[in-house]
Write a new protein. Structure first.
Length: 121
């Protein structure tokens, strides 16, 4: 590979890749410092493994949210307790939304118990 071809390949990679400015500049630096006969590989970027949702626990969260929503109107408790239970429901729903199922399910169960009901899950 000639220096012209190597620079052309680096330029094409830099323009076409979303990581091009980071990787392309590193490749250009290695191309400049490499002897003319050797070809050096560009540094690799580690991509983290995507998180996976736990479907059964996500469903449990939504069932508990629905149970709370169905039971809050008919609950025979004062308004201050309902407000506190609604805040717990919001925290639980938010936790479930960011895949913190243990925290979300715990908060939702506490909110349902504050209404005087037994959680279904």
């Amino acid at each position: 590979m000639t220096p012209y071809t190597r620079n052309l390949a680096t330029l094409a990679f830099t323009l076409l890749s979303p990581l091009g400015p980071m990787i392309g500049s590193a490749a250009a630096q290695t191309a400049e410092t490499a002897p003319s006969g050797e070809v050096q590989a560009a540094p690799t970027v580690a991509v983290p493994e995507p998180r996976k949702a736990d479907i059964s626990r996500a469903v449990a969260c939504q069932v508990l949210v629905s149970q709370f929503d169905d039971g809050v109107a008919g609950a025979k408790i004062d308004d201050a307790a309902k407000t506190a239970a609604r805040a717990l429901r919001g925290e639980g729903n938010k936790a479930c939304g960011v895949w913190d199922y243990d925290g979300g399910i715990g908060a939702l169960r506490t909110a349902i118990a504050a209404l005087g009901r037994q959680p279904v899950r």
